[in-house]
Design a binder for this molecule. Structure first.
Ligand code: GLY
Length: 353
């Protein structure tokens, strides 16, 4: 087995490569009092077998899906941590996508004022984004991640072998964050992403690493999202608005599908504010529509999108906060756009279908 590559982030390492051996040597060095693995219905079947022998003191299983990232399920996790008699020196291994990582980290950080935890992200989205940067939490009062904290895990183990277990649409959804990382901070990554074609025969290691390096650089420079970290929000202001509204409709969108729409609309706003060129706007739209298709958004829903956008934690007062593109590979945080321009940007997206 090849040794994993170590990527230092703040006070911990991301280990990129074979997770079995990397976790085993982490455990040798760190010797927790007990080891428990948190999984969901999917990762218990598809991913747990890969590291099963490591779960020496128990497995906690929760239902899969964002709708279970709530207080009730968090409470059931805390209950099981107590039942298993874990102490602060025990280790919780969060094996799954963003929901498992965010909620498992949240429960571990608050149990007994904080037990140890590591992240083993199994989706593309969590490998390149959610597992890095210490954001933990649950959804509350219908608002995503509205109760939580910043707290780093002791380590993150990224193993692209888990990507083989993902349905294509989930892989494509996570890929939107790689595209975003290229657009906001790394023009070569944007070009490499486009070279991945329909994602059916990608060798993941390098592009995952390059994408992690963008996120690492951003969170190292601004761990608590006071300034520069907001660039990671590109595509997410309109994307989250669209995602939340469509979640309640007959045609829900995956996170990355909504972010792809958000990236087109926010590129349009960037262009209207004389930031990116017409040519770049066209290239971004063509590429994203080619990969994600173009589900049309009814004009009657635009006001609902804007209501949801106003709930974003990054807003101040009444203004809706955007990250826009200055050029491909360079983003500017704390930009504003009014409701008229936001609606126009969604019209632009609709016009591409
Ligand atoms: N996913 C955006 C962030 O971690 O800040």
């Amino acid at each position: 087995m090849t040794k994993s590559k170590e990527i230092p982030v703040q006070d911990y390492n991301i280990y990129l490569g074979d997770s079995q051996s990397a976790i085993a040597s982490f455990l040798d060095r760190n010797r927790p009092s007990k080891i428990v693995v948190l999984v969901d219905d999917n990762t218990s079947v598809h991913c747990l077998p890969i590291i099963k022998e490591i779960a020496t003191d128990g497995v906690i299983t929760i239902p899969a899906g964002e709708k279970f990232k709530n207080l009730e399920v968090a409470q059931s996790i805390w209950d099981q941590l107590f039942t298993l008699k874990l102490d602060r020196n025990s280790l919780l291994i969060n094996l799954g996508g963003g929901v498992i990582g965010d909620m498992g980290g949240f429960c571990a950080s608050t149990y007994m004022r904080g037990m140890r935890f590591v992240q083993v992200p199994t989706t593309l989205l969590s490998q390149v984004d959610a597992s890095i940067g210490g954001k933990l939490g649950i959804d509350y009062h219908g608002l995503k991640n509205s109760v939580g904290l910043f707290k780093n895990p002791e380590a993150v183990f990224v193993d692209t072998v888990y990507l083989d277990t993902l349905p294509y649409v989930e892989l494509r959804s996570g890929f939107a964050e790689i595209i975003k990382h290229g657009l906001i901070a790394d023009e070569d990554l944007w070009k490499d992403a486009q070279a991945c074609g329909d994602l059916k025969s990608v060798s993941w290691q390098k592009i995952v690493e390059d994408s992690i390096l963008v996120k690492k650089d951003v969170v190292d420079s601004d761990p608590f999202e006071r300034g520069r970290r907001k660039i990671l929000n590109f595509g997410h202001t309109i994307g989250h608005g669209v995602e939340s509204v469509m979640l309640e409709s007959a045609h829900p969108l995956l996170h990355g599908e909504a972010v792809a729409i958000g990236m087109i609309a926010e590129s349009y706003i960037s262009n209207q504010k004389k930031m990116i060129s017409d040519q770049d706007l066209k290239a971004i739209g063509n590429y994203l529509i080619g990969l994600y298709g173009s589900p049309s958004l009814q004009e009657g829903l635009y006001d609902d999108f804007i209501v949801k956008m106003r709930h974003d934690k990054k807003n101040r007062g009444d203004e809706i906060n955007f990250t826009l593109l200055e050029s491909i590979g360079k983003a500017r945080e704390n930009c504003q756009a009014d409701a008229q321009l936001i609606k126009e940007s969604i019209n632009y997206y609709n016009s591409l279908s």
